[in-house]
Design a protein around this ligand. Structure first.
Ligand SMILES: Cc1cc2nc3c(=O)[nH]c(=O)nc-3n(C[C@H](O)[C@H](O)[C@H](O)COP(=O)(O)O)c2cc1C
Length: 414
């Protein structure tokens, strides 16, 4: 019976354990978590979501305070078009986070950064360009383009000296999305180095509509695998979404996947960025506690715990501090939903906004508990402690369990 360790992900001459810990914003896939994956010979992701605030928390910078000072006058204004990011601050935050992580890297594995196109930051092209290029400057091993079609992203890096040596890949959820991307990149004579195929059971935003349950990762993987074969394109395919055990991973590795990308099981480990109290919420969740909803202002469905404090919260939009989801003209679906609610209840001291949530503020404060479909199985991966709480695991324990387990077994901690 095979285990994940019988397979290797080949990148040029480099051989890796075919386990990738997926990007989890905002700083849930921390540097510490990514570094463990790299130390153990796999690939870990840091996330480029909201790096100025992540940098403030980690490296004692003051980007948010400075932005708020500059735009404080606009807090009560529903027009956010003037609230702009300082590109120098974004570059500095990215440089700090990436270079400090890369300096700490040990072992044979790699560290990638997850870069979401949907973080449009009130100037989509300019801000994305800075994020991508600075990550390359700061020595990241690779970039995973996510949450969006990324039809222009490769072109933003085209003249960067590392454009052809860094590992650049994309997350897609359908063959059609991949074909669009490949058509665009063909013009630059630069194919992606890897393709993550993310199915409907993943955490975070989904690349599906609310009919996500009709789709299945094995089927999408097979379709994309056949397409690449027929086009004679030799690009590693990475399966993601709902791969909960080593045996689940093997079932993909035996059918054309070069690696698997996993995340949910790593939300129960010390190295992830979630506060310990929130980790307990994830581990104790039951199947009924998890939903896919439409409260994210990005327009993509998102999976989360129903008891996330973000759901229904009516806080004032935090764009002057954050504003990562503002489109190029200062709009965010939360601002509109919030203003409608305020207009409907002019005398209310506190309002509740059901339709959308202020994702920036709530992700930043770990109040939006996004999770994968199988989060309800986390309790089977650990032990219950005498006080009723669950033992939090180490990233190494979970990584090794994926790497060596067979027969659908899950190793419990000592
Ligand atoms: C808590 C959490 C946050 C996530 N955040 C992101 C993100 O910011 N960007 C992204 O591309 N994917 C995100 N994902 C998706 C993962 O990177 C990964 O592809 C997917 O969840 C793998 O499926 P699994 O969780 O069932 O193992 C997130 C997943 C989780 C569980």
């Amino acid at each position: 019976m095979k285990c994940v360790d019988d397979f290797r992900l080949q990148f040029g001459k480099q051989e890796l354990v075919p386990i990738i810990i997926g990007g989890m914003g905002v700083d849930i896939s921390t540097a510490e978590l990514a570094l463990e994956a790299a130390r153990l010979g796999g690939i870990g992701h840091i996330s480029d979501a909201m790096l100025p605030t992540v940098s403030d928390r980690r490296y004692e910078t003051h980007f948010i305070k400075e932005k708020l000072k500059q735009y404080k006058y606009n807090i009560d204004n529903s027009d956010k078009s003037l609230v702009k990011f300082d590109l120098g601050h974004i570059a500095e935050a990215t440089r700090l986070h990436v270079s400090k992580t890369m300096e700490a890297k040990r072992g044979e594995g790699m560290i990638f950064i997850n870069c979401m196109e949907k973080l449009t930051m009130n100037a989509p092209r300019e801000t994305l360009r800075v994020r991508l290029r600075t990550a390359l400057d700061a020595g990241i091993d690779g970039i995973t383009l996510s949450a969006g079609l990324h039809l222009g992203s490769f072109a933003l890096m085209e003249d960067h000296p590392r454009f052809r040596d860094a590992r650049l890949g994309i997350i897609v959820s359908s063959l059609r999305a991949l074909q669009l991307f490949l058509r665009k990149t063909a013009k630059l004579n630069r194919l992606p180095d890897f393709i993550v195929v993310e199915g409907p059971l993943a955490g975070g935003h989904l690349g599906f509509d609310m009919d996500w349950a009709k789709y299945d990762l094995h089927t999408i993987m097979a379709e994309i695998y056949q397409y690449l074969q027929s086009e004679k394109l030799n690009i590693p395919l990475i399966a993601a979404g709902g791969i909960f055990t080593g045996s689940d991973a093997v079932s993909f590795l035996e059918n054309g996947a070069a690696a698997v990308q996993v995340a949910t099981r790593f939300t129960a480990v010390h190295e992830c960025g979630l506060p310990e109290k929130v980790i307990q919420e994830y581990i104790k969740a039951t199947e009924d506690d998890i939903e896919v909803n439409t409260v994210s202002p990005t327009g993509y469905p998102m999976r989360m715990l129903k008891n996330s404090p973000a759901i229904g919260s009516g806080i004032r939009p935090g764009c002057e501090s954050y504003g990562y989801l503002l489109d190029g003209s200062g709009h965010c679906a939360y601002i509109e939903a919030y203003n409608r609610e305020v207009a409907a209840h002019p005398k209310a001291k506190k309002i509740s906004v059901k339709e959308k949530t202020c994702l920036c503020t709530h992700m930043r404060n770990f109040n939006c508990w996004t999770c994968g479909h199988y989060t309800y199985r986390l309790k089977d991966t650990t032990r219950r402690l005498p006080d009723g709480s669950y033992q939090i695991l180490s990233a190494e324990h979970v990584f090794r369990d994926y790497q060596f387990s067979v027969d659908q077994k899950i190793a419990l901690p000592d």
